[in-house]
Design a protein around this ligand. Structure first.
Ligand SMILES: Cc1cc2nc3c(=O)[nH]c(=O)nc-3n(C[C@H](O)[C@H](O)[C@H](O)COP(=O)(O)O)c2cc1C
Length: 151
């Protein structure tokens, strides 16, 4: 599982999903070295959404490893506050890559203000006040994702 997480939600979801899947290596793309993809037949990719964009490192991982990811079982999940999952997915990833992915979903989002810098905290507090998004990780979606990936 290759993921990037700014305030910890994507990482929390990676751990919850790994518990369901078993026998998973977790790789935080900002902190750890990527293993050799040849050693894996299933790859799950996880990212946050910031201002409509997924993590640059995650996007780059998908474009640079397109060939290596072919013929593997692939899953992708996003953590975000919006419900517009398809819109974010299609505007961030190439069609060629998305066509290869077996399971795609979003797991909801959190606002972990204590882990944000001052500017982000200020912006997100305003967004929360004005849009009152649904907060929290949607554990039932993680269960469903794991089930669909294991089929
Ligand atoms: C700077 C910033 C920008 C964000 N922009 C969006 C956005 O455009 N759309 C959205 O649905 N959620 C947005 N969010 C909410 C995050 O996607 C959500 O907090 C998610 O849980 C973050 O995952 P992480 O804790 O792993 O970083 C934003 C959060 C931050 C801090």
């Amino acid at each position: 599982m290759v993921y990037d997480s700014y305030t910890g939600t994507v990482e929390k979801c990676a751990k919850l999903l790994a518990e369901k899947l078993g026998n998973v290596d977790l790789v935080n793309i900002s902190k750890q070295k990527l293993p050799n993809l040849q050693d894996y037949d299933c790859v799950v990719i996880g990212s946050y959404v910031h201002a409509g964009h997924v993590s640059k490192k995650i996007r780059k991982f998908t474009t640079q490893n397109l060939e290596a990811l072919k013929n593997k079982k692939l899953g992708i999940y996003l953590c975000m506050l919006s419900e517009q999952f398809d819109r974010y997915l299609n505007s961030n990833f190439d069609k060629d890559f998305l066509n290869m992915v077996k399971v795609k979903d979003f797991f909801g989002g959190e606002l972990n203000y204590q882990r944000m810098n001052f500017l982000y905290r200020f912006i997100l507090k305003n967004i929360e006040k004005n849009t009152k998004p649904r907060l929290g990780v949607r554990v039932e979606k993680i269960d469903e994702f794991a089930r669909n990936l294991l089929i």
